[in-house]
Write a protein that binds this ligand. Structure first.
Ligand code: ZN
Length: 448
């Protein structure tokens, strides 16, 4: 009798262990199944380690990559212009869709596992707009991006240098023509912002210096702070706050930065979202940094005009531009428009992701007015067609090399709520070089 009891107990324990094991397996299958399916040894979805199922398309259905054939877009310029969005055959561009969204392409689901042909992944980008932005950048290194600041959809995202994934060049270490070619500069790089950072200093001054609009600033072209001299390209003369922003006067802004202090500026850079990384449809962007010098130091003055050790990520800055256009509420950019089966049945349709308010609505309205004034007074509306443009240029000094050229802003236009950023590495003057690229890409975006 005792033996029977022992055996029954043993069997019960074995059954219990089996049940626990099954539950653990099922839970892991549900949570990690898509990762298992996306493992390159899965012969249903991969051939020789390369993905063999699924397609990547642009927002209008233009085919950008077909995994079964390994073919990219038909047009060679589109292939180069969408390389960083789509990804390369060797998987060197980790933020490209074919690497970052592998499990979506494989088309795994808990009921059927991997279906034979995978899924269609529609990106938010417009291939023709990317093509135009790429042609505008030409042989220069940099990035151009445009997004809808109400929906979060990225319409244009180009990074250069690039290459044709169907004719991969021989890229050797140290080849300056292909410096950082596997990095999407928009998502994964940080750069000295130069004068585009004055947008942050402006918001801080509006909130913290109640008389700032009653002040006059006199620029002689140079100002001494501590043991350093901060300079402007020429003497801007006597100005009000609007003109100091439009002229991008370093002397005026360095003084404002020193007066407000590093903690205040760092707080505004932080609420602007410039110090955090973002989650773009699951891709983590690079975080920026703001290094304040000591109180009253020339370094603090340089920080306030976007020089010294300040670094920003282009995607974060574009989101800040969108937030100002959206009355202070940032909408996180996203790159996946929708996912369907190969037959077109909907699988997922991601919604928008809204962040917390950056600055007060009133402050954003004032900054918006000042950015519109920049276009009217300095950049010239005639250079931007009928665009309802609010913008700030930047010419960021980077040692002895030619400065980086920035132009960023948004359209104050309910039908075309687009924010943008253009960066040309060592491009020269911001408003002329990056500004003209922005003008042509935005006019094409609005015409669509
Ligand atoms: Zn000045």
């Amino acid at each position: 009798m005792k033996l029977v009891k022992q055996r029954t107990l043993m069997i019960l324990l074995l059954v219990l262990a089996l049940l626990v094991g099954t539950v653990i397996y099922c839970a892991r299958y549900m949570t990690q199944g898509s990762d298992w399916a996306a493992f390159p040894s899965n012969q249903h979805a991969f051939t020789d380690g390369s993905i063999a199922s699924g397609q990547i398309l642009d927002r209008n259905g233009t085919l950008l990559f077909d995994a079964a054939s390994g073919a990219y877009a038909e047009d060679g310029t589109v292939r180069k212009a969408t390389l960083h969005a789509v990804g390369d055959p060797d998987g060197n561009i980790a933020t490209g869709a074919r690497s970052a969204f592998l499990s979506d392409l494989v088309g795994w689901n808990a009921i059927t596992g991997t279906t034979g042909s995978g899924h269609k992944l529609y990106l938010t980008v417009d291939a023709a707009l990317n093509q135009l932005a790429y042609q505008e950048l030409g042989s220069r290194k940099g990035t151009v991006a445009v997004y809808n600041y109400e929906t979060g959809e990225i319409l244009c995202m180009v990074s250069t240098p690039t290459f044709d994934p169907e004719n991969i060049p021989d890229i050797r270490d140290g080849d300056t023509a292909y410096e950082g070619v596997y990095m999407n500069r928009f998502l994964s790089s940080t750069f000295t912002p130069g004068s585009v950072f004055k947008v942050v200093t402006t918001a801080a001054a509006i909130d913290n210096l109640p008389d700032v609009f009653d002040r006059t600033f006199t620029c002689t072209g140079r100002i001494t702070i501590g043991d350093d001299t901060i300079t402007c390209p020429h003497a801007h003369g006597t100005m009000n706050f609007y003109d100091a922003f439009a002229n991008s006067c370093n002397c005026a802004y360095a003084q404002l930065a020193v007066e407000m202090g590093g903690d205040t500026l760092a707080q505004y850079a932080n609420t602007a979202g410039l110090l955090d990384s973002q989650n773009i449809s699951g891709i983590t962007t690079a975080a920026g940094s703001f290094d304040v010098g000591e109180a009253g130091s020339p370094q603090l003055g340089w920080s306030g005009v976007g020089q010294y050790d300040d670094l920003i990520n282009p995607c974060s800055f574009m989101t800040l531009m969108g937030a100002i256009g959206n009355d202070g509420i940032p909408v996180t950019p996203r790159i996946i428009k929708k996912e369907t089966t190969m037959a077109g049945l909907p699988v997922s349709n991601p919604g928008k992701d809204t962040g917390s308010r950056i600055w007060s609505q009133k402050t954003c309205e004032t900054v918006k007015e000042m950015m519109a004034n920049n276009v009217a007074e300095v950049y010239g509306q005639s250079n931007f067609g009928d665009l309802k443009l609010c913008a700030k240029s930047g010419t960021a000094e980077v040692g002895t090399a030619s400065p980086h050229s920035w132009f960023a802003g948004f359209l104050d236009d309910t039908e075309h709520p687009y924010a943008f950023v253009v960066l040309v590495e060592n491009g020269g003057g911001g408003a002329t070089v990056a500004g003209s690229i922005a003008s042509r890409v935005l006019q094409a975006a609005v015409a669509k």
